[in-house]
Design a protein around this ligand. Structure first.
Ligand code: ZN
Length: 116
């Protein structure tokens, strides 16, 4: 395993006249960051998946969804549970403000999507 590679986000080319997004892929051969400019609006060049638009077929999408179920230590079930609990806390907070128990600033962050 490679240690975290410092990634240059911008590439200056044409004698400093052009500044653009640099491909953030790591070369398999040199183990260095790819030196090509990334595609417009992307973080990768055409060689490193910049042209990919993701899985299109239903089977491919299912495979991708299964493969990405775990990111870090939480699961989708964990996140759903967390979201639900946060919604409950929000409701309690709203109630607290309503009856004058709470005052001041509200919780930070966006409102949870899932309710109940
Ligand atoms: Zn590249």
């Amino acid at each position: 395993m490679h240690l975290t590679l410092h990634l240059e986000q911008v590439l200056v080319t044409a004698g400093g006249r052009i500044t653009c997004q640099r491909c953030t892929a790591q070369s398999k051969r040199t183990k260095l960051q790819c030196g090509i400019a990334a595609l417009k609006g992307k973080t990768k060049c055409g060689f490193h998946g910049g042209r990919s638009t993701g899985p299109k077929t239903p089977e491919g999408r299912v495979r991708c969804a299964q493969a990405k179920t775990i990111h870090g230590n939480d699961t989708r079930a964990d996140r759903a549970e967390h979201s639900k609990k946060m919604a409950e806390i929000r409701d309690l907070e709203a109630l607290g403000f309503q009856i004058g128990l709470l005052s001041g600033s509200r919780f930070a962050g966006r409102k949870p999507k899932s309710r109940g």
